[in-house]
Structure formats: structure tokens, C-alpha cells
Design a protein around this ligand. Structure first.
Ligand SMILES: *Cc1c(COP(=O)(O)O)cnc(C)c1O
Length: 403
């Protein structure tokens, strides 16, 4: 057995398809958001980051940095154990109470990441229900798919955001069978919203539970930043709300918020929660400060939406193929992996603009794109440079313009 050749041929396949992943070596500059230093063999230079999921720049907000520093000075670097064995610091208790209150639920449970929260919670909840059927949106994130698979339960995939299809699947099941509908509020690659009100209505009619991933919405939507379900007055109707502390909250970690019995059951059964050391105090303290800050930051949320709307309008006016997105995410279609990478490389090398190419398997083949995430800190001057650079890159590489 030549083990090594198998890894090499797997990589060759990725390279041949033009989707070999190269990580940009970045040093973000706290206090200078969205600027970062980019290192490559040619040296170090300052670039403007246009693809961060630190959607509101909270990863370097002074309150958040102060809380992280204070936590590390007070409690030390690591938590020192799993949650059960000495790893529940007081900050964990406070953060879970804050998140429960944010989503107006009994309790919340913090985990290592949003990925782990989805994987652990979906698989555990479905396993604890007898003969559970999971109904999952076709565009659900890899972490939700991992949870569905790991549950070992029967699953049915409904076409993306297609409530008629979902209803057809629900109608075919006995009313008394356990059913868990898993979906997202903002789909991160297209930037479209999940039909929360319609799905909640179907869940009630067909006696199903709902699990909503609000990863790309928490901090950014709703009067207190609890997400799209808060904005739409639907938080109470959703059984389990899942979120991350690593995107708009700018830190790290994930969580679920739900009824106390659900949280307690996941806390007591999920291996991905139980058998891992708890998040470091600095991270938990920082996240707590961020959640508290964003609870009363409506002006920042408005500015975020204004920046996204402005960029979409300007790209559209320039004839660039901005994909229709009602949210803060601005996807620009390239439609081919090599061009997508070339466009990204050219933006970085010639314009000091960093936008990572998004290729398969993150998106479907033929829909490769640049996914742009304007934040409240991207001002008109950097936006002018972005729109101009994109126009030049599109023309130089002869990428398709808007239809
Ligand atoms: C990023 C992401 C996650 C995972 O969250 P992390 O905290 O980054 O692990 C889960 N769901 C969706 C839709 C995501 O985009």
C-alpha cells in the first residue's frame, strides 16, 4: 500500500478542478478595521478585507478587547477542564444567561463553535425523539448536515426555501410521528432569508419541532440583535435557536437557546458538548461584552444594512453581476472556479483588496462567486476603490457582466 500516493491523487483532483484552497496569511490590525497586513513571498502589504464574517467589526471593539483582557488577567488563559469537570467559569454562567435572555428562552448552552452546536444539538435532539424524521433544507450548512447524519435518523431534504415541498413531505407523515424541521434564517452564500413564518405555521399544523440556524443573523437583525426571528416577532414560535459567537459577535463559540428541558437534555447527552474542554475565559468574557453591546446597537445595524444596500446599488449600476440578495451579504457571480480564483488574486495583487473566492463544495459548481461582506466600517472611499477595481478585473479577465 502506497499511502502517500492516495493523498497526493486526492489533492491533484482538487487542483485540476481549479479549487485548491490557498489561505491568505493575514494580520488584522486592531483599531484599523477593515485593514489587515497580508504576507506572501513578495512581502507584507496593507490590504482592505471585504470578505470577513466579523460583520460589524466587533472582533476589535474596545469594549470587547477590554473584556477579553480583563478575563485573561482574572481567570487565566484556559478554562481548565470540561464544563462538568472544573471548566464552568462564572463567565460561562453569565454568557448563557445573557444568550437565553437575548432570545427570550428559558436557557442557553454554549459550545466550542457554531459547527459543534449544530452537530451536537441536531443529532442529540433527533436521537432522543422516538423514530424522528428530520426535514432539512437543501441548502443547509455542512454543520447541520453533519448533525442530521450523525443522528442516524431518517431524513428528507426539501427543496431550498420551498414550503410547498416541505408541506408535501409533512403531509405524508402520521401526525403523531416525531418530526424536526432544520433550516436557516439567512443562507450565507446567496444571502436570502428562510421563510420562517411559513415554516413555523407548517410546524404547528403538522406537529413538528423547529430548529433554526441564525448564525448569519445574530447581532445584525432584530431590535436587540437576536436575529431574523426577533425582527419578525417569531422567536417564541421557534423551538431551538442556534447561533455563533464568531461572526457578528466577533469572537468564538456557538450556542443553542431553547426551553429548559431541551437544553438540559442536550447538556446531559451530547458528546460534542460533554467531552471537550470549555471555551477559554477570554473568549467567553469577550463574547459576553459583545452580546451586551449589540443588544443596544440599532444604529450600527442600520448603518450595516445601508452599506450593503449601497454596495449592491453601485455594483448593479456598474453592470456587475451582483446576485439578488435581500440581506447584508453581497455575492458577485463569476460562474467558473479558475476565473474566480484569478479575480481574487488580481484584486489582492493589484488593488490591495481581499475577497476570498468561493468555490465548490461551498457552493454548487457553475455558481462560483466572490462573496462580499460590507460592514459599517467600510466607508465611501474604500467602496469607491472596490467598485472601480471590480470593474477593471471583470473587464481584464473577460468575466460575464450582468445579464
Ligand atoms: C459559519 C456557520 C456555522 C458554524 O459556525 P462557527 O461558529 O463558525 O463554527 C454554522 N452555520 C452556518 C450557516 C454557518 O455559516
Amino acid at each position: 500500500m502506497n499511502y502517500k500516493s492516495h493523498f497526493e491523487s486526492a489533492l491533484d483532483k482538487v487542483r485540476r478542478e481549479g479549487r485548491y484552497r490557498v489561505f491568505a496569511d493575514l494580520a488584522r490590525q486592531a483599531g484599523a478595521f477593515p485593514a489587515a497586513h497580508h504576507r506572501d513571498p513578495a512581502g507584507v502589504r496593507e490590504v482592505t478585507v471585504w470578505c470577513s464574517n466579523d460583520y460589524l467589526g466587533m472582533g476589535q471593539h474596545p469594549d470587547v478587547l477590554a473584556a477579553a483582557t480583563e478575563a485573561v488577567q482574572t481567570y487565566g488563559a484556559g478554562a481548565g477542564g470540561t464544563r462538568n469537570i472544573s471548566g464552568t467559569t462564572h463567565l460561562h454562567v453569565l454568557l448563557e444567561a445573557e444568550l437565553a435572555s437575548l432570545h427570550d428562552k428559558d436557557q442557553a448552552l454554549v459550545m466550542s463553535s457554531g459547527f459543534v452546536a449544530n452537530e451536537a444539538a441536531i443529532s442529540t435532539i433527533a436521537q432522543l425523539l422516538p423514530d424522528c424524521l428530520i426535514l432539512s433544507d437543501a441548502y443547509n450548512h455542512a454543520s447541520m448536515i453533519a448533525g442530521v447524519r450523525h443522528s442516524g435518523c431518517e431524513k428528507q431534504i426539501f427543496r431550498h426555501n420551498d414550503v410547498a415541498h416541505l408541506e408535501q413531505l409533512l403531509r405524508a407523515q402520521p401526525r403523531e410521528r416525531a418530526k424536526l424541521i432544520v433550516f436557516e434564517s439567512v443562507y450565507s452564500m446567496d444571502g436570502d432569508f428562510g421563510p420562517i413564518a411559513e415554516i413555523v405555521e407548517l410546524a404547528k399544523r403538522y406537529n413538528a419541532m423547529t430548529f433554526l440556524d441564525e448564525v448569519h443573523a445574530v447581532g445584525m437583525y432584530g431590535a436587540h440583535g437576536a436575529g431574523v426571528a426577533e425582527r419578525d416577532g417569531l422567536m417564541a414560535e421557534i423551538d431551538v435557536i442556534q447561533g455563533t459567537l464568531a461572526k457578528a459577535f466577533g469572537c468564538m463559540g456557538g450556542y443553542i437557546a431553547a426551553d429548559g428541558a431541551i437544553i438540559d437534555a442536550v447538556r446531559s447527552h451530547a458528546p460534542g458538548f460533554i467531552f471537550t474542554s470549555s471555551l477559554a475565559p477570554a473568549v467567553v468574557g469577550a463574547a459576553l461584552a459583545s452580546v451586551q453591546y449589540l443588544k443596544q446597537a440599532s444604529a450600527l445595524r442600520e448603518r450595516h444594512q445601508e452599506r450593503a444596500a449601497c454596495l449592491k446599488r453601485r455594483l448593479h449600476a456598474a453592470g456587475l453581476p451582483v446576485m439578488p440578495s435581500p440581506s447584508h451579504i453581497v455575492p458577485l457571480l463569476v460562474g467558473e472556479p479558475r476565473r474566480c480564483k484569478e479575480a481574487s488574486d488580481m484584486l489582492m495583487a493589484q488593488y490591495g483588496i481581499y475577497i476570498q473566492p468561493i468555490n465548490y463544495p461551498t457552493v454548487q459548481r457553475g455558481t462560483e462567486r466572490l462573496r462580499i461582506t460590507p460592514t459599517p466600517l467600510h466607508d465611501d472611499a474604500v467602496m469607491d476603490r472596490l467598485v472601480e477595481a471590480l470593474g477593471e478585473v471583470w473587464s481584464h479577465l473577460e468575466i460575464r457582466l450582468a445579464a
